[in-house]
Design a protein around this ligand. Structure first.
Ligand code: CA
Length: 225
């Protein structure tokens, strides 16, 4: 799959290119909106990762311009200080969005999910992005979590962490892996942040059993019995 990466920050772009180097994706990197629009024609990408804060054009305008000439799936990449909610992302024609900093595993999962959806010709097929765990429903496309039908409001990072842990229920995830994948590869903070996020998710889900601590190792997602 050909992926166009539109990102003016060299360190972020390098991180993404490094992270995707181990995949089978073919990548092209551009740093401006004008180059992005040119690459839509020349490179003919099958997916676009679009940073919103670009030097020459507003990323939302780049997104709209791409939509005039192409239906290529677009994942918007936004920083916290250029916060965009999913409504705006969808309004400008994007398919999904991720908030910086993000983990590479999460980004690759999003890329695959968006690519899967766009290759599905049957619009009536339920998106694979939605998963149910008993009374808990996690919709990655809508970035929405419900418990018994009631929406649970998670922060973007709490959502990412819950998605990450629930990808493989019952599997134990090591603390270092979680910090690497859900936070970012340059994360030098303490694991207290991770504990705080786990505690917040447990509290919001109303049962600590959703995320079980595995002493000395990490955490495991499971459906409370
Ligand atoms: Ca930027």
């Amino acid at each position: 799959m050909r992926i166009l990466i539109v990102e003016d920050d060299p360190s972020v772009a390098d991180g993404i290119l490094d992270g995707l180097a181990s995949t089978t994706f073919e990548t092209k990197h551009v740093a401006t909106g004008a180059d992005a629009l040119a690459a839509i024609q020349d490179f003919d990408p099958e997916l676009v990762l679009l940073d919103l804060g670009l030097p020459d054009m507003d990323g939302t305008d780049v997104c709209r311009e791409i939509r005039k000439i192409s239906s290529v799936p677009i994942i918007v990449v936004s920083a916290r200080d250029e916060e965009i909610d999913r409504v705006i992302a969808l309004e400008i024609g994007a398919d999904d969005y991720v908030v910086k900093p993000f983990g590479m595993r999460e980004l690759v999962a999003r890329i695959k999910a968006v690519a899967r959806r766009s290759s599905s010709s049957d619009a009536h097929v339920a998106p694979a992005a939605e998963r149910e765990f008993g009374i808990l429903k996690i919709d990655r496309r809508a970035i929405r979590v419900t418990l018994n039908g009631d929406e649970i409001h998670l922060t973007p990072k709490e959502f990412e962490l819950l998605v990450y842990l629930s990808e493989d229920p019952g599997a134990v995830h090591r603390r270092t892996d979680i910090l690497h994948d859900v936070w970012d590869t340059n994360w030098y903070g303490t694991t207290k942040t991770l504990d705080a996020h786990v505690a917040a998710i447990r509290k919001k889900l109303g049962d600590p059993a959703w995320i079980e601590s595995v002493r000395g190792v990490g955490f495991r997602f499971g459906i409370p019995s």
